[in-house]
Structures are given as C-alpha cells and as structure tokens.
Design a protein. Structure first.
Length: 66
C-alpha cells in the first residue's frame, strides 16, 4: 500500500470534500480517501498504482491538482 497526499485547488466546502471522496472511491485501487477543503489536500491510500486515474478523475470533477 502507498500513502499519497495531493494539493487540490477548487474545494470550497464540505460538499466539495464529499464529491471528491465519493468520486475517487469508485476507482479500483483506492483504499481510503480523505479530502480537506481548509488545507486544500486529499490524502489517499492506494493498493496499486492508480495515481494518473486519480488525477484524471479530479479533473473530471472540476478540481485542479497542484
């Protein structure tokens, strides 16, 4: 397992956090997701290398990875 933390722009509220968490949990290989709009970060636990898929999904949800 790999732990990753991404800086993500565009989160403004807890609703944004839930949208990100629910969206990323649909990706096979994403074990845990915790988004925090105050720190503009998303913490992930991955069981395989799906980081590109995670970034694509964030873009699809209208969030930008720094």
């Amino acid at each position: 397992m790999e732990k990753v933390e991404l800086k993500v722009c565009g989160m403004h509220c807890e609703g944004c956090e839930k949208r990100i968490e629910n969206g990323l949990k649909t990706i096979e290989g994403v074990e845990e997701v915790k988004a925090n709009h105050k720190t503009e970060s998303v913490s992930l636990t991955l069981t395989k290398d799906v980081l590109d898929e995670v970034k694509d999904k964030l873009a699809e949800l209208d969030f930008e990875v720094k």
